[in-house]
Design a protein around this ligand. Structure first.
Ligand SMILES: C[S@@+](CC[C@H](N)C(=O)[O-])C[C@H]1O[C@@H](n2cnc3c(N)ncnc32)[C@H](O)[C@@H]1O
Length: 213
């Protein structure tokens, strides 16, 4: 039976683990990197959802810059959408358009968002970030979907990002270096100015160069 057991997709595996953990916080277990040698000083709910401190940072960023329109790619169970929506609720205006490609994960995220108390601030769609159409000027883009398409996503939404808009790319640590390299490539092309926050999984916080005064 073990031989024929269907291999669970990583997202589904982590979704089940998260369900079992029931919202308990664990020490972050991403491997140590030169820029973040003590990941255990951070906390996490699961390995897909952003670090708890990054969720807190996202909420604070939303209350700090007061965006009208946030676009998120990769909702997973909706935690980062919910934290950012809590910031919007405090601001009293704005909206998040987020997407989750996997239908099973999308259904679970919808449940969590419905129970969050901030559902009215979130427009969650079961669509790929590479196909999602969003109207309006984007003030904050949080790119957190499949690692291999994050650069494509940022390039896709860049023309729609306002001159004071922010671009956040999660998982920009030096291991795996793919997102870090993408962020630095976008910077080398003169498209973004990047700050690499040394969190366990890494967070690139960037500003669009075009139109910046
Ligand atoms: C790292 S998790 C997102 C975590 C979430 N932002 C949080 O911190 O709570 C990445 C999610 O992106 C989804 N995903 C992968 N490719 C996608 C795509 N092209 N469009 C939208 N979602 C995608 C995966 O199914 C997965 O649930």
């Amino acid at each position: 039976m073990g031989l024929f057991k269907k291999k669970l997709k990583q997202e589904h595996k982590v979704m089940l683990q998260a369900e079992r953990a029931g919202g308990a916080m664990l020490p972050e277990y991403h491997r140590a990197t030169p820029e973040c040698p003590h990941p255990e000083h951070w906390s996490m709910y699961d390995s897909m959802t952003a670090e708890v401190e990054v969720l807190e940072f996202l909420a604070t960023l939303v209350t700090t810059v007061k965006p009208n329109l946030i676009v998120e790619t990769g909702a997973f169970l909706g935690a980062s959408s919910i934290w950012m929506a809590q910031g919007l609720k405090r601001n009293g205006f704005g909206r998040i358009v987020s997407c989750e490609f996997d239908p099973q994960v999308f259904a679970k995220a919808q449940e969590k968002i419905a129970a969050s108390g901030v559902a009215e601030w979130i427009d969650l769609r079961n669509v790929s970030s590479l196909e999602m159409e969003v109207n309006g000027t984007i003030d904050l883009l949080f790119s957190d979907s499949e690692l291999t398409i994050r650069e494509q996503e940022v390039r896709r939404f860049l023309p729609q990002i306002g001159p004071n808009g922010l671009v956040l790319m999660h998982d920009a640590s030096s291991h795996p270096g793919m997102i870090r390299e993408a962020a630095l490539r976008l910077e080398a092309e003169g498209l973004l100015s990047v700050v690499l926050l040394p969190t366990p999984r890494g967070l690139a916080v960037a500003q669009k160069r075009a139109g910046r005064k």
